[in-house]
Design a protein around this ligand. Structure first.
Ligand code: CTP
Length: 413
């Protein structure tokens, strides 16, 4: 059986209301399977078919399989505002398949049909499952629209590679129903950071030499932002102390800083009431001992820039920590990854360190992907293979939750 998923049940969807939106693509037939599995798992399912979806699948099928009436238009029910009603009652909305047009409309906030209007009237999690030809999938407009949606917290289930309509082979096949259902189950899962305060730092600090020049590093801040999006998605109150100007994930409180000293102040202030602090920022280790008031002129000759140590924020957090606060550091290494990371863990008196080899391809600075090894204070080591920074963020918080659930044992001296 394809993907070996025929017998899997999805109890996590039980009792939840899911809006299953189907747009017009060949893969629309797979939405029938998604609908059936959701209903089998005990979910209430309201199907939406866009106008062009009718070219690919029949309304009768969804009327027969779904638990709730089929919705096809803003004007075909007694409810004068079906989109806001659906947006409010849904525990989750899944768009499968999502065509390039639907993705573009959603990214632009266009609400000219029942699907567009429902998507922008909901606060429920939204799962978008694109399906299209490889050329369309790779087009910058589609990728940029998807990046916009991701930044807003929309969950994208990437298409599979394989045989496409017309016989071409490439990326663009709708993800297997099992993958779509697993994502839905995960999103409906426990809100395990609920009511916890999480402070996250992101980006490289800038240490000024003069009004126009600074010392910095290659950190893009993307991993920190992914951590913030993940934590807020799991119910945390999130403060993001950042040096970069990326779009702030929905629901996150941001504090913008530049220097290590500004970051130190902002992090220490927020950390005073935090349950979890994650230092994903690349804080400068050194800074100019003094900053010139005016731009240093070339005519004055090659300047001698004297450096001094910058504050080590994580070490300071480690010295101030309370027993029930969880401190997480990152270690960007180019050699002796595990030894260097483990020694930072004990030297800075923290609970967990996320080590990445920034010299490996696709890992760390500037990339959208990362591969890490998570080491906890108790010696638990977990590897996360090359994946998106959001997936790495998920793995980090999975470990944090596990770590916080371990009862504190007697202290070994
Ligand atoms: N860190 C910090 N303040 C600093 C330097 C680092 O808070 N001045 C934090 C980073 O945010 C990261 C962890 O400490 O979470 C480890 O940072 P890293 O630069 O890898 O380690 P360093 O202690 O600076 O050691 P080295 O640069 O020699 O590897």
């Amino acid at each position: 059986m394809a993907h070996g998923d025929a017998q899997i049940d999805y109890p996590g969807v039980s009792g939840r209301h899911i809006v299953l939106a189907v747009s017009g693509g060949i893969a629309a037939y797979k939405a029938i399977e998604v609908c059936r599995r959701l209903v089998d798992g005990g979910a209430s399912v309201t199907p939406i078919l866009t106008e062009s979806a009718h070219q690919f699948v029949g309304p009768t099928t969804f009327k027969a399989l779904a638990t709730e009436p089929l919705v096809t238009s803003l004007f075909d029910s007694d409810d004068p505002i079906p989109h806001t009603t659906l947006g409010q009652i849904a525990d989750l909305i899944v768009v499968a398949p999502a065509t390039a047009r639907v993705i573009g409309s959603y990214a632009a906030g266009i609400s000219d049909d029942i699907l567009g209007a429902t998507l922008i009237s909901t606060k429920a999690p939204v799962v978008v499952c694109p399906a299209m030809h490889t050329e369309m999938w790779e087009h910058p407009s589609v990728q940029e629209n998807l990046a916009t949606l991701r930044r807003r917290g929309v969950h994208i289930v990437e298409p599979d590679e394989g045989r496409l309509a017309g016989g071409d082979i490439g990326k663009g096949r709708l993800a297997a129903p099992a993958r779509i259902l697993a994502e839905i189950e995960r999103l409906l899962g426990p809100n395990d950071l609920d009511a916890l305060t999480v402070v996250i730092s992101a980006g490289g600090t800038r240490e000024p030499i003069d009004p126009v020049r600074f010392i910095s590093n290659r950190s893009s801040g993307k991993q920190g932002y992914a951590l913030a999006a993940e934590a807020v998605g799991r119910g945390a109150n999130v403060v993001l102390v950042t040096t970069v100007d990326l779009p702030i994930p929905h629901g996150v409180a941001a504090v913008h800083v530049e220097t290590s000293e500004q970051m130190r102040k902002a992090v220490l202030e927020s950390a005073a009431n935090a349950d979890i602090v994650v230092m994903a920022a690349a804080v400068s280790d050194f800074r100019p001992a003094s900053t010139a008031d005016q731009k240093i002129k070339k005519s004055a000759g090659v300047p001698e820039i004297v450096l001094e140590p910058a504050p080590d924020i994580l070490a300071e957090l480690g010295s101030l920590r309370t027993a029930d606060q969880t401190l997480v550091g990152f270690a960007a290494e180019t050699e002796n990854l595990l030894d260097n990371a483990a020694s930072k863990l004990s030297r800075k008196n923290i609970d967990m360190i996320v080590a990445n080899d920034v010299s490996a391809s696709g890992v760390g600075f500037g990339h959208d992907t990362n591969a890490v090894t998570i080491i906890t204070e108790g010696g638990l080591v977990t590897g996360v293979a090359l994946s998106s920074k959001r997936e790495v963020a998920r793995a980090v918080f999975d470990q944090v939750i596990r770590y916080r659930e371990i009862p504190a044992g007697p202290t070994l001296v």
